[in-house]
Design a protein around this ligand. Structure first.
Ligand code: NAI
Ligand SMILES: C[C@H](O)[C@@H]1OC(=O)[C@H](O)[C@@H]1O
Length: 260
């Protein structure tokens, strides 16, 4: 197993890519702290999603706890570390994955949409990474941080002018943290998913023509599944990638290189 007896924190771990990361970490032997936000309201119907992911992790014979918290707030990272240490004694792996993408046109974008997106995607990654890195330094046993950036760090999107800079920022954050944290044995990398079918883009891809267009553009012929990304995160978090830091791994079925 690639993460035997490690402890992992996964932000945005209740659904989509984060949920697949949490389950893959457990499959590979880790105990997991799952962070999520805004889904505890029964009327939203999401509490059961968290219960499901907890059950899946336990099915793999590992322990898990769920901690609600908005990653945009500096205190959330601190709380996640405290919960992890209280429950499991340490933190070895961070999957900084929580993110939002409220599609919006550029010219009439309200500042609140920009600020929320930057707050969750970029500031959130910074705060959680900083809190976890402080704990890893104190433990003195190194660690691995893997952030979910995006193919959108490398290409644009007309309805994503607020979003793509956050994904470039997350990639850049991992590059700089690789330098800052290398001396403590803490590796920092990012994955860059292409188009992965999740709640994030369900509405966008409900347009059959748009979905078919993407499928045609992807050399491997299909949209990505959350598990396609999760297995790459596990690899980067594991000792298989012990000499990899400051790197980014595109997980896009070849979409990026397919210019024409
Ligand atoms: N779905 C896709 O095609 C792609 C997604 N990504 C990135 O992957 C990450 C996960 O996206 P998906 O799984 O698709 O999304 P999703 O919408 O299925 O899941 C989002 C998760 O983030 C959590 N979350 C949202 N706001 C939060 C906040 N303020 N604090 C803490 N948790 C919060 C939710 O509770 C949920 O667990 C995001 O960072 C996204 O930018 C990157 C490239 C492609
Ligand atoms: C939500 C989008 O479909 C998705 O998010 C990303 O980061 C990808 O680049 C896709 O645009």
């Amino acid at each position: 197993m690639l993460l035997n007896d490690k402890v992992a924190i996964v932000t945005g771990g209740s659904r989509g890519i984060g949920r697949a990361i949490a389950v893959a970490c457990a499959r590979e032997g880790a105990d997991v702290v799952i962070n999520y936000w805004g889904e505890n309201d029964a009327s939203y119907g999401r509490r059961s999603a968290i219960d499901e992911v907890l059950a899946q992790i336990e099915w793999h014979g590992r322990r898990a706890i769920a901690v609600e918290g908005n990653v945009a707030l500096p205190q959330t990272g601190i709380d996640l570390v405290r919960h992890a240490v209280d429950a499991f004694g340490k933190v070895d792996v961070l999957a900084s994955n929580a993110g939002i993408c409220p599609f919006h046109a550029f010219l009439d974008m309200p500042p609140s949409v920009l600020e929320r997106t930057v707050g969750v995607n970029l500031n959130g990654a910074f705060y959680v990474t900083q809190a976890v890195a402080r704990q890893m330094k104190e433990q003195g046993t190194g660690g691995a941080i893997v952030a979910t950036s995006s193919i959108s760090a490398l290409v644009g999107g007309g309805m994503q002018t607020h979003y793509t800079p956050t994904k470039a920022g997350v990639h850049s954050l991992m590059q700089s943290c690789a330098i800052a944290l290398g001396p403590y044995g803490i590796r920092c990398n990012s994955v860059m998913p292409g188009t992965i079918a999740t709640d994030l883009n369900a509405q966008d891809l409900a347009d059959g023509e748009k979905r078919a267009y993407f499928e045609r553009r992807i050399p491997l012929g299909r949209l990505g599944a959350p598990e396609d990304v999760a297995d790459c995160v596990v690899f980067l978090a594991s000792d298989m990638a012990r000499y990899v830091t400051g790197a980014a791994l595109l997980v896009d079925g070849g979409l990026f290189v397919n210019l024409q």
